[in-house]
Design a protein around this ligand. Structure first.
Ligand SMILES: *Cc1c(COP(=O)(O)O)cnc(C)c1O
Length: 386
């Protein structure tokens, strides 16, 4: 009974073109990888600066292992908070120009920690419809009221805020939307939060390291600062390693230390990762050529794909989604590209809204102009074949 239920649910997923399959990556993350035995050019990672397999970071990780061992062995509040974690928190706060930062094991956990610590029964979380799943899960877990506004719609958000009598209001938004690539209207969101006395939680998973002159992220990009901002970024994307952090006012961070369950009830990440991340921050700030190359690749892709049957979404970031529409069609185009040696993932519901299945092309400083040209060429061939 139990097992046949699961089997028929799985069969139904498969029938709707929604069953997920894991590819097996046999090389380090990068532009040219071996996947399931084949060499391909991949446009699938969030390794936007090409640092995930940088030899200086692997050397730093090795040095960190030699110095601190492999496991943290305890949670941060017991005896897992290493001098490497502490130094990284100080470096991160300085990097994003906020008073204090706190490491979390993952971005998913950081979002759960922020929202459940700051909001509960009687409070309200206001969320962009296209926010990352972790922010939605966080709102549900918090038991606060949960109001979602249409993507980027400040007018609707303002109405919701004005009508709310909640004790505490949290506006939460991706800074760069993970499946569309567009940037949130941060200044507008902040203005509304000031007017309606709300906190602004910004999830900069895809902006940290990439946006801003020195990779400081979305706040540097817009030149905004405010004590109301609760900034979250992940360290497994552009930073090339693993983990996440929250930055903001000292009282906010101290409250997370005291109350955030995904911070308290889990083992600290290996200190060797913090050691590698200290090296990563230096590279991110110093090597602006990585952001400049990325900008050139984005431009090249947009130019190369003009007039194609499928349209790129209006994104200025490394995330360049090509809208296909139907699930099976997106899978078919993705498979046809793979036959040309180019790997681009098809993203389907529930990750994106029904009818908006897409290829999520993600560019990286690990790519060369030749790689981008190969992608353009392959897409044009696949269009001709279909
Ligand atoms: C990847 C991502 C997360 C989760 O971060 P992890 O460190 O991978 O858990 C959170 N928010 C957004 C917008 C993301 O893209």
């Amino acid at each position: 009974m139990l097992f046949s239920d699961l089997a028929s649910e799985l069969a139904a997923l498969d029938a709707r073109g929604l069953k997920r399959h894991r590819r097996i990556l046999e090389t380090p993350q990068g532009a040219h990888v071996v996947v399931d035995g084949s060499e391909v050019v991949a446009f699938c990672s969030n390794d936007y600066l090409g640092l995930a397999s940088d030899s200086r970071l692997t050397a730093a990780a090795r040095e960190g292992a030699a110095r601190y061992g492999v496991g943290a062995g305890a949670s941060h509040l017991i005896l897992g908070h290493s001098v490497a974690h502490h130094a990284l928190e100080e470096a991160l706060a300085q990097f994003v120009n906020l008073p204090r930062a706190l490491l979390f094991s993952t971005g998913y956990m950081a979002n759960l920690g922020i929202v459940t610590t700051l909001a509960g029964r009687g409070d309200v979380v206001f969320a962009d419809k296209l926010n990352h799943a972790s922010l939605n899960d966080a709102a549900l877990l918090s038991r606060a009221g949960f109001r979602r506004y249409p993507h980027g719609d400040l007018a609707v958000l303002e109405k919701l805020l004005a009508a709310s009598t909640a004790r505490r209001k949290l506006v939460v938004s991706d800074a760069v939307f993970s499946m569309d690539g567009d940037i949130a209207p941060v200044s507008g969101l902040l203005r509304l939060c000031e007017r309606h006395d709300a906190w602004l939680v910004l999830d900069d998973a895809h902006g940290f390291g990439v946006l801003g002159a020195t990779g400081g992220g979305v706040l540097q990009h817009f030149g905004v600062a405010s004590g109301r901002i609760i900034y979250m970024a992940t360290l497994g994307k552009a930073a090339g390693v693993f983990g996440a952090f929250v930055a903001g006012e000292p009282e906010l961070i101290e409250m997370l230390v005291q109350r955030a369950r995904p911070y308290i009830y889990t083992t600290a990440t290996p200190p060797l990762l913090a050691h590698a991340l200290l090296a990563s921050l230096e590279i991110i700030a110093a090597e602006s050529w990585r952001r400049e190359l990325l900008a050139r690749l984005i431009h090249q892709l947009k130019q190369g794909l003009t007039g194609l049957r499928w349209r790129l979404m209006p994104s200025a970031t490394a995330i360049q989604p090509l809208v296909i529409g139907a699930n099976d069609e997106a899978l078919r185009v993705s498979a046809a590209l793979a036959a040309h040696g180019v790997l681009v993932p098809a993203i389907r519901p529930p990750t994106v809204p029904q009818g908006s299945a897409r290829l999520r092309i993600s560019l990286s400083a690990a790519h060369s102009e030749q790689d981008a040209a190969q992608l353009v060429e392959a897409l044009r061939e696949v269009e001709k074949e279909s």
